[in-house]
Design a protein around this ligand. Sequence first.
Ligand code: PMP
Length: 364
Amino acid sequence: MSSANPAVAPENLFRPEVLELHAYHVPPASGMIKLDAMENPHLLPQSLRDEIARMVANAEINRYPDAGAHRLKAEIRKAVKLPAGMEVLLGNGSDEIIQLLAMAVAKPGAVLLSVEPSFVMYKMIATFVGMGYVGVPLGKDFALDLNVMLDTIKRERPALVFLAYPNNPTGNLFDTSSVERIIEAAPGLVVVDEAYYAFASDSFIPHLARYANLLVMRTFSKLGMAGLRLGFLAGSVAWLSQLEKLRLPYNVGVLTQLVAAKLLEHHDVLLTQAENIKRERTELSGALAVIRGVHAYPSEANFILFRVAKATQVFEGLKQRGILIKNLNGGHPALADCLRVTVGTQHENGQFLIALQDTINQLA
Ligand code: PMP
């Protein structure tokens, strides 16, 4: 048996920026009404589930997946109406695509720029690939502060700009002309992250051909496929063919390719569910607006950010009542007293509202 060398330990082998990171935290949710992670709460129609069960039973999981995911990509192109001349690159969730982009540009001194508050993985990934990270504060009501953005872009010369459109966790779409000005001013790539496109009123996919430095990223996680892990990046072949070199050959498995392609054949079913969620969002926003002490922000996504006094106690009170949402209080200062609830089924939203009112009454 070899004796372990005591000098070989993470502390003296791993990069300091890795040692300082905290792993992405996923709270346990067993037995709870789960409204914390922007999942689609609806099951698929039984006939489609049966069809998927038969396909999975016959899937060749002894073989590696199609490395080019040809059938799935064809379904994606069709479903998202990709403009002529544009291509897609697939990721194991869009998180993997953020990482891939960061790896491609991470020369010494390279900077990733985003806004704050926004999706936390932009900063985490920048950090763990050794890039600089700059977060530009959002303005009033979480709108883009265009002047500060343009000044910071000029100063920092970011290789990558990420804009979540709609933004997570604030739920708003940024002003389109401001995003366009940012794309025009950026010396590197601008990635418009449309994770919540199915619930929003606008998209940059139709504008891809207008800007040589624009890429659009989407995920199918919020549209009913969170468990499959599938995201894509849309853009010109000039960028995507380079990024393909960094993509691990079999990053999208046999079952994901098979099931996602089948679901996209039935894109209308998923979009109908998204419409349903949008209707529920309107209901939920309306109900939150009349709860005393709650301020809900407008949302173009499948979640609602709201502010409430004693937010952490409200969060804990909801948890005790079997409802799990996201506590943002104590994170970014602009999110003090903020909680984020994912739009669930009508029943789940009702249960959430009862528990919220009950918790607030108890804390009063
Ligand atoms: N972008 C944004 C803005 C998100 O909110 C999320 C998920 N919370 C993602 C990307 C990543 O999604 P996934 O890895 O599931 O595709």
